[in-house]
Design a protein around this ligand. Sequence first.
Ligand SMILES: [Zn+2]
Length: 211
Amino acid sequence: MSDDPHLAGLAGTIVHDEIVPARAPWRHLVRAGETLRIVDTHGNQAVDFLLYAAADDAERYSAQDTIAAQANIFLREGTMLLSNEGRAMMTIAATSVDYHDTIGGACSCESNTLRYGHHTKAQHACVDNFLEANLRDGRGKRDMVSNINFFMNVPVEADGTLGIVDGISAPGLTVDLRADMDVIVVVSNCPQINNPCNGFDPTPVRMVVAA
Ligand SMILES: [Zn+2]
């Protein structure tokens, strides 16, 4: 057993362990039965996240199917991340953060200029990271779908109003995702510096896969 607190409670053998630098993309094949743990090493770091079926990447994560099936907009322990075919791709086996977002979307240069002004046009954004990671498998802009934002706090008011506010995550908090099929995980370690989703200071995250 390791005394690394980031690995506490993670069963099985570690088959991959990697630090994703601040602002960087990441892509990894996680096989059925394996568990991916994402560690928010510094706290309040949004991890933008997409899933594609390894067997056929036309099957991919569907926020709409996931929300409809559980009749709730927040992703919590026990949530099944469903595909556009209605099949479970991964399941949130455990998380030390209360809930995660799947409606806030991914930041882009275009949305940054609309929200924060034209001077932000050259800033790096999640859509750039998603494109870079996806291009390695031949996927392009048409393959980008609504994503998950792990560790991001997007509260929804009674009237339906959304916010992107201070995170509810903290240093060392985690989410464990058990793969229900072989999946390609595509991540953008969000580079956003114009709103509080990363505490205005993007930081590294850690990816650990246990088999
Ligand atoms: Zn972002």
